[in-house]
Design a protein. Sequence first.
Lengths: 289, 408, 322
Amino acid sequence: MPFDLVANVAVAGVLTGLVYGLMALGLSVIFGVVRVVNFAHGEMMTAAMYAAVVLFTAFGLDPFLAVLPVAAVFFALGYALQAAVINPFITRPEHSQFMLLVAISIILVNGLLMGFGPDAKNVQLDYQLESWALGKLLFDKARVYAALLALAVSAALFAFFRFTLTGKAIRACADNHLGALVVGLRVKHLYSLTFGIGAACVAVAGCMLILLVDVTPVLGPSYTLLAFVIVIVGGLGSMGGALLGGVLIGLSEAMAGLFIAPSAKSMFSFALLILVLLFRPQGLLGRRT
Amino acid sequence: MQRRSFNKAVAGLAAATALSPLNRAFAQSQKLKVGMLLPLSGYLGFIGQSCKKGSDLAPGVIKEMLGVDVELMYADFETNVDTARTRAERLIQEGANVLVGPFDSGAAVAIAQVAEQRGVPFVINIAAAPQITEQGYKYVFRNFQTAIDIVRNGLDLIGDLFQATNTVPRTAVYMHVNDTFGQAMTKGIGAMLPRATRLPFKILDTIPYDPASKDLTVEVSKAKASNPDFVLLVCRLNDAILLRREMVKQRWNPMGIISPGSPGMYEEQYFKALGKLSEYSISNVPWYNPNAKLTKVVEKAFNKQNPKDKLEFHGLNAGFTFEAILIAADAFKRARSTDPKTLADAIRQTHITDKMMLGGPIKFNAKGQVEGIGSACVQNRNLLPTVVLPTNAATAKPVFPVPDYKKA
Amino acid sequence: MKREAVGLLVLLLLLVFFPLFASSYALSVVTLILFFAYAGQAWNVMMGFAGQLSLGHSLYVGVGAYVAAILFQTYGVGPWAGVWISMAACAALGAAIGFLAFRFGISGVYFALLTIAFAEFTRIGFDHLTITGGPGGFFLKVSQRESWDLLNLRGPPIMFYYVILALTAGAFALCALLLRSRAGYYWRAIREDEAAAQALGINTFRWKMLAVILSAAMTAVAGVFNAFYYNNLFPEQVFHISRSIEIILGPVIGGVGTLFGPVLGAGVLTTLSDGITELLAYYNLEIPGVKQVFYGVVLLLVVMFLPHGIWPALAKRIGIFR
């Protein structure tokens, strides 16, 4: 196997992994704090992708710029969703939560189908198909930009949770629900805030992903699953974990695809998930609760 | 007492559905009721909609051609096999004299069983799994190529292509979706390619990929690394788009991309998503004859009904769907009855020469399969799928290798 | 107690005589309802009895289906023999998953994700297995559809209706019996508070494993039915996560852990789904996606306002204590 083939595949795997990580960031935040299994995660991202398409078609807005308005809108929607619908479900059994989010995802997917029709939609920008060459290595421009944004967003989130008062309050809720209530934190509000932040992350991921993949209403579920795999592998509630998990999955899928069989690449992600669940359920960078 | 009333409700529902009037007229009827089973939602939704364009225009055209009244009853089976079964039952109950559909092989098997059980003829518009007509069914008819035929015709056309353009590619890389369709094609290619003397190219590497995969970097890298002259591709729409884009990003320009018979590269979305990059991709698929008399009639009706659309993008889906209804109507005209058994017998005697899709006359063999359906070499030119071979149906000359072919 | 028994008998009689006055369409719909009622009941054993949320039950349906199908088609082993092997295979799988999960202390959401991972892994695996036809699907030869060949499960739809009816009734009876037995009390104890149960000396590991294995084996039978009723299997359909979700919709809507929940839930959901389709057709509102949006909204409302499912709320109204 020629070296430059392996190197190129490895680079692509890492870059793709960072984009996956960006997608999983939102889930990590939500799952890590609110502990709700957001099975509508992929669908929310699909909605964000459509939002980016709409802004591009109507205003010619580059998805990178669309990130700001779309994230803001999704933050608001996420907050509302948590406050109005999901909050009462935190104490309910998991299968109820699961059903709730399945119902939401069904509504989302089919609402998108009704609104946009079944055809795939995309944005068309020049730099989407360009790549930088470094010797025999090729770097896909769109993926590099998305990867850089992923790093920037995680850094920002990390700073938020580390250094701001609200961020610390949210972490407190995650660490010790009862304790947080005792010290007088408005837990419900903080949960809604967290969901909003998670939704905003997902929105950013969607705006990036539309540069790489065409969007159809049924795109969601496979990404939801992928996001869960990454979050478990990387570690709940850990920003770095989500990115690391993403890179790990991206890289292992790429290598498995290269050396074994490309059509079986997802098998390896699931195998990895099973192994992590068994031997290190808190994930690579997570903390044991 | 709510449980008793619940029981009553169940009984009531059962009675209501059971006793609703059956419209199956055994006497002479002026109208043929055709039950259309299509995937109008779910992940095959866009194809179902495409087929529907062919069926929507059918009653009008058929009335002109044959003087026969056809009433269409649509049912969306939502790309779900369970639903296909129940919707088929439902259509039969509502009085469908014949069923037409469904595009998807899995659904076709389910519907075929219902049709056979109820003794209602089922004319398949599009479904490639060979097993469907191997079950010994008496009421199932297919006017489409099986995967085996598709491969054979597809490979033949590749030979014709090389001959017409005077090229002799020595190597190829074979990439295919790893799903029902891709697998059937791969089996066919594996069997036929070694024996095809007109195709002396060697397959350097076979790369299967997951149709749901959103990232085909690895696959394309592998393909590029084997350094083939051209790409032999069995794909679906979304992955075809991803592959083409990835090829550009990896700066790989082989002699061309040829599909021996799969959807994707001739569909509207491929052009919309790729623009100029869609140019020159080749698909060897069952297609309509642009020069046939019936084609022009259908095209006129199509343009009237879909002013902002072009028949070329729906040629395969709409064309075969239209022909399926035509078969039913033609049989109805000869049988002069809507009795399902009589209709089925009449369909068995079908011999239609005035048709729109390429190939010999529509005539069913003992298994209910039409033999001799032709394929065309369809190349993307000027953002339209264009027939370049066979020459008697061509509207342009084939271009191979592509202009930006760079010998690596 | 008496009222329940009478009501049940009435329902059973209705279902037994149903095919006599039902249309073929109605028969196919109720067959589907019974299938999901049965599968839901089987799932309910794992969830309701042992408190383990399995979101990958399609694994057992698929494996059960393929094993029996291959034995029949390739080796001529009839379904009545094949079903035992299917059950054994799925029991082994369930045992493996249960063992891994319980030994390593995985529960709740993590267990659910583990089950999803196994189902997906198997789906992709089967897509690459040539012995089962890979993604091309496995086809069973349909020899005849006229007379009842119960031995080979070849026959008209009405035969399959009675088979699934018998299965569902049997599952119901089995679960009722189990709930009243010692096992039932242990399970309830474990579900309510595992630590307390352990403190009382109950071997929670053994009883949880039992529930998992039983659930898997019961689901295998649903798979066998699936294979012989539909006569073809595609890994994409049989192992798909949407199948797993379909299986649990019934019990969750109807009432997890209850006896009537899965049956009621399956009935309500299928009727709802068909009802919406009819309604939309009546008002000519057939836009793709509308039906599922309605369905999703109803699902949402039920989950939000009837947190324990429809049956417990209904039972309270009728005055039944469970």
